[in-house]
Ligand binder design. Structure first.
Ligand code: M6R
Length: 615
């Protein structure tokens, strides 16, 4: 939430900062703003609404040339999205500009103190206190912005990334972080600071991963990182394994369409290098095999779409390993006093690696003595860094707010963990594990088939444009798929949509049905677990008998559903546990097309941000 960019080097800072903001806009789009230092004068521009509004302002009121600058794109927490609340915020003297991501929880008392001390605060944000505190601290620190930042951080409670520039130190950008993301990009004679590597990927792929409670002094040719007490600290350098083109639309109208289409490759990349020559799994989890053999409980924690991936994994992990597996919303996890211990493996799933609820769950689990394995897509992010082990999904950057390829790759990654547990512990015979891996390795091809045959879903979406409510039902792993289909529709098409375990419908929700209510039904393979299949075919008939418009997702060749489906969407034959990887794709397309038909901004839906870094 909120995107932050800082630059110092030889280029025009404004160009670098605005192009960085363009790549970070997925983090928030309530307002945008920039500040530069030019001839020892601080100049800012900011505007409510999307970045395009700021760009128009910059066209009308250009900024002077400068090689030091900062920029911000906002997801509002304190104060409505207007020009005054847009970042950067500036101190009374107009010397220091600061941008912020996070929440300063003690801002009200700091604000009262500053107002009583004669400061004039012009916004309703929590952030503005930092500008005025820096103003006071920089005087006390003899003009050192970095010392001032360390002093201010010591007074702040909550989560924050702060980045500031000072007109009296024109070649310096200072950042600080606690519980909120910030990475450094290392260029040749230029340096970058940003919420996410995407902001500087077109200039450099060399980055530094920062730790908690650190202050960063960035000059064109140096980076100095200290703790809040001013002691220098070591940071890990890493190279970003994707390039700028991966974060472009690449000919698609929408990032979401591109990311849906990338799923065959993303799934293949999640598997890449993890299957040995004899078909066995080779995972370098960073956890000793002894510890894996000792596990007596798995707890999966995540939010939103990642939580749905976790729900799916529960079925697989318990089936393959017979280890009890719980799935917990990360936002609830630490508040319910969960039972955790040394033999519990907590799996935290997060695309961004920065979701605050999930991060807090990770910390809580480790405090309780559990081992934490992160499944993550973002190298250099906080959740893997704070976990005992990590398995990266390698899906490449996901820019659209609605998760698509992150979801399918999370399912694959957590399945790999489940199968690896089964392999290491001997819960399954080697040939059984290898047989499932062979099926998994065939999924990129099957996902590709779905993408090739999904055109009728687009047409169907246009027909559903005026529906007021859409229900999704499924059983077994089809239930979380139903939840995911409903979530996609809510967040993109702003429609009432709900997912249900199909068997629960008759216990209440069936009363929602009106003639013509669309009900999307996820039907598992008729092979193998045919009981589930037969039950859900009965559920289709129940809703149809009450006038529902039935949209049925079923396997190729499953004739049993034909009589009850008003619309039939075919997916390739695959085992029930793997079906979510194909059944979710038409639901992603449905939501994307419906939102487009309604004229919504698909990549940046209202009120949302991609990376939720506040609790
Ligand atoms: O980055 P994370 O995977 O931790 O994000 C979790 C959720 O915020 C995320 O999946 C969200 O639900 C998506 N917008 C759904 O499409």
């Amino acid at each position: 939430m909120c995107g932050i960019v800082g630059y110092v080097g030889a280029k025009q800072a404004l160009e670098v900062v605005v192009s960085g903001l363009r790549r970070l806009e997925y983090r928030g789009y309530d307002s945008a703003g920039v500040a530069v230092v030019s001839d020892s004068v601080l100049v800012t521009r900011k505007r409510a609404g999307k970045l395009v509004n700021l760009e128009s302002l910059l066209g009308a009121e250009p900024l002077p040339e400068s090689t030091t600058g900062i920029g911000h794109t906002r997801w509002a927490t304190h104060g409505v999205p207007n020009d005054a609340n847009a970042h950067p915020h500036v101190d009374c003297s107009g010397r220091i500009a600061v941008i912020h991501n996070g929440i300063i929880e003690n801002f009200a008392e700091l604000r009262a103190e500053l107002s009583a001390g004669g400061h004039s605060l012009d916004s309703d944000t929590d952030t503005e206190v930092a500008a005025h505190l820096l103003e006071e601290a920089v005087e006390r620190a003899g003009g050192s912005l970095a010392d001032a930042m360390r002093a201010v951080c010591a007074r702040l409670e909550g989560a924050f990334t702060l980045v500031a520039i000072d007109s009296r130190s024109p070649d310096l950008v200072v950042g600080a972080r606690r519980n909120s993301p910030l990475v450094v990009g290392v260029g040749d004679g230029e340096m970058f600071m940003a919420s996410d590597v995407a902001a500087f990927i077109e200039y450099t792929r060399d980055a530094l991963e920062l730790g908690q409670d650190q202050v960063i002094e960035l000059r064109a040719d140096s980076v100095l990182v200290t703790d809040f007490a001013g002691n220098p600290v070591e940071v890990r350098a890493f190279r970003v394994d994707w390039d700028a083109s991966a974060a472009e639309k690449g000919g698609y109208d929408l990032f979401m369409l591109k990311e849906i289409a990338e799923q065959p490759k993303a799934v293949a990349d999640t598997l890449l290098g993890r299957i040995g020559p004899n078909g066995e799994l080779r995972l370098d989890l960073g956890l000793p095999e002894e510890a894996l053999r000792d596990i007596d409980k798995v707890v999966i924690t995540a939010c939103g779409t990642a939580y749905h991936a976790g729900m799916i994994a529960k079925y697989a992990i318990e089936h393959w390993t017979r280890i009890p597996c719980e799935v917990e919303l990360a936002s609830e996890f630490r508040y319910r006093d969960p039972i955790l211990g040394r033999r519990t493996l907590v799996i935290a799933i997060s695309q961004s690696g920065e979701t605050m609820d999930t991060l807090m769950a990770v910390r809580y689990a480790r405090e309780q003595g559990a081992r934490v394995l992160a499944i993550c897509n973002t190298n250099g992010s906080t959740i893997p860094r704070e976990s005992d082990a990590v398995l990266y999904t390698h899906a490449g950057p996901e820019v659209a707010v609605a998760s698509t390829k992150a979801f399918t790759t999370q399912v694959v990654a957590v399945y790999l963990v489940g199968l690896y547990l089964a392999q290491v512990r001997g819960d399954k015979f080697g040939d059984e594990v290898r047989a499932i891996i062979r099926e998994l390795a065939d999924m990129p091809r099957k996902v590709d088939i779905v993408l090739d045959t999904v055109e009728p879903v687009r047409e169907l979406a246009r027909q559903l444009k005026d529906a007021t409510s859409v229900l999704f039902i499924g059983r077994h792993v089809g239930f979380p798929v139903a939840l995911e289909g409903a979530l996609k529709l809510k967040e993109l098409a702003y429609m009432h949509a709900e997912g249900f375990a199909a068997g629960e419908l008759k216990h209440g929700p069936i009363a929602l049905l009106e003639p013509g209510t669309p009900v999307v039904v996820i039907v598992p393979s008729p092979l193998g677990r045919s009981v589930i299949h037969d039950k859900i075919v009965s559920n289709i008939q129940e809703v149809r008998a009450r006038g529902a418009l039935t949209i049925v997702i079923a396997e190729e060749g499953d004739e049993s559903v034909e009589a009850w489906a008003d619309h039939l969407i075919r997916v390739p034959v695959c085992p029930t546990l793997l079906q979510p990887l194909v059944a979710t794709i038409p639901l992603q397309v449905l939501a994307c097309e419906l939102a487009t038909a309604k004229g919504h901004d698909v990549d940046q839906p209202r009120n949302l941000a991609k990376s939720v870094t506040v609790e």
